[in-house]
Design a protein around this ligand. Structure first.
Ligand code: SIN
Length: 300
C-alpha cells in the first residue's frame, strides 16, 4: 500500500525556519531531523531546551553530531527533559546508575534492541523518550531505524481501527527480561553482570492500543513486539495474528528513517510515538553506546 497521499504529519507540522536557537534539518518527509548549533556538553539555556523539545515533538526523533558527553553529562542533559528512569533489569554504570551501557563486542552475535520496539512499555508510566550517545561504532553498519507511530495509526484500515479503538493491550517485561527471556538467554551464565532479576517488575500492565500523545494530542499505535504479550480480553493465540498484522504495518518504510552513527552522535527519540530497531549487521565489530531514559506518564 502506498500511503504517501495520506500523510498529514511531518511536513505539515514542520516549520524549520521558525527556530531561533537551533538549526533543524529534516532527514525524511515523515520522521527525523538533525539538529545543529547545539553543544550538549555546555550548559543548556531554557530556550534551547524548549526548541529541542519542540523539534522532538515535530520530528519524533532528533539527532546531534560531534558531541562529547561523559556519563554524568549525558545524565544531566537527560534531566533537562524530565525525571530519569533507573532500569529495572539492566544494571546502570556504577558511577551513574541512570546511564546504561549498550555494548556489542566483536565476539557477540545478538545485539540489544535488535527488534522493533518502544522502550520499557511494561512500566505503568513508560518513558517519554530515550537519549542514546555513540562512543564506538562499526566502520559500516550498526545503524538504528525509527518508525512514526502516528502514521501507523492514521493509515490503518478504517475497519481495523474501529475494531481496536478504545481497547487495551497487555505488556510485560517477561519476554525480554524474565528468566526465560531473550536477555537472559543472550547473557547465559554471565547474566548476573548485566541483568538484575526483578520479579516485582514482571507483572502485566495494560495500555491503550492507540495512545494519545500527552503533548501533541495526536493518536498513535502503541503495541510492540518486545513487550506486548496479548490484547486485553483475548488469549495469546487469538491476539497473535492481529498483533503480527499491526507490527508489519507499524514499520512500513514510508514511516521510517535510518540513522548512520558516528562516534559522538546522539539520538533522542519520543517513545510515545516511535518504535526503533538497532540493526545487527556488523559481525566481528564492536559497538558501544550510553543511554538515558526519561520517564513519561501513564498512557491514555
Ligand atoms: C535501544 O533499543 O535502546 C538500542 C538502540 C540502539 O542501540 O541503536
Amino acid at each position: 500500500m502506498n500511503v504517501a497521499y495520506r500523510h498529514d504529519v511531518g511536513n505539515a507540522l514542520r516549520d524549520v525556519g521558525s527556530y531561533s536557537h537551533i538549526e533543524v534539518s529534516p532527514l525524511t518527509g515523515t520522521i527525523g531531523a538533525v539538529l545543529g548549533g547545539v553543544d550538549l556538553a555546555a550548559p543548556l539555556d531554557d530556550v534551547v531546551v524548549a526548541e529541542i523539545r519542540r523539534a522532538l515533538l515535530e520530528n519524533l526523533v532528533v539527532f546531534f553530531r560531534d558531541q562529547t558527553l561523559t556519563p554524568e553529562r549525558l545524565r544531566d542533559v537527560g534531566r533537562r527533559f524530565g525525571e530519569l528512569h533507573v532500569h529495572e533489569f539492566v544494571k546502570g554504570l556504577p558511577e551513574c546508575p541512570e546511564v546504561i551501557e549498550i555494548l556489542k563486542t566483536e565476539d557477540e552475535r545478538v545485539n540489544f534492541g535488535g527488534t522493533w520496539h518502544s522502550d520499557v512499555t511494561y512500566h505503568d508510566t513508560p518513558p517519554l523518550g530515550s537519549i542514546l550517545y555513540a562512543l564506538e561504532v562499526p566502520e559500516a553498519g550498526g545503524d538504528t531505524l525509527f518508525a512514526n507511530q502516528y502514521l501507523a495509526y492514521e493509515t490503518l484500515s478504517e475497519g481495523l481501527r474501529e475494531m481496536l479503538e478504545g481497547r487495551k493491550a497487555v505488556h510485560s517485561a517477561a519476554p525480554i527480561y524474565g528468566t526465560q527471556g531473550s536477555f537472559a538467554a543472550r547473557y547465559g551464565e554471565d547474566a548476573g553482570t548485566a541483568l538484575q532479576p526483578n520479579e516485582d517488575h514482571l507483572r502485566e500492565i495494560e495500555h491503550p492500543i492507540f495512545r494519545t500523545h500527552p503533548e501533541t494530542g495526536r493518536k498513535g499505535l502503541y503495541v510492540n513486539g518486545n513487550f506486548t504479550i496479548r490484547l486485553a480480553g483475548l488469549s495469546e493465540a487469538e491476539s497473535r495474528p492481529i498483533l503480527e498484522r499491526l507490527y508489519v504495518h507499524a514499520t512500513m518504510p514510508d514511516f521510517c528513517c535510518r540513522f548512520r552513527w558516528r562516534p559522538g552522535s546522539v539520538a533522542f527519540w519520543d517513545n510515545r510515538a516511535v518504535q526503533h530497531y538497532a540493526v545487527n549487521d556488523y559481525p566481528g565489530q564492536r559497538r558501544r553506546m550510553h543511554r538515558v531514559t526519561v520517564l513519561g506518564d501513564r498512557p491514555y
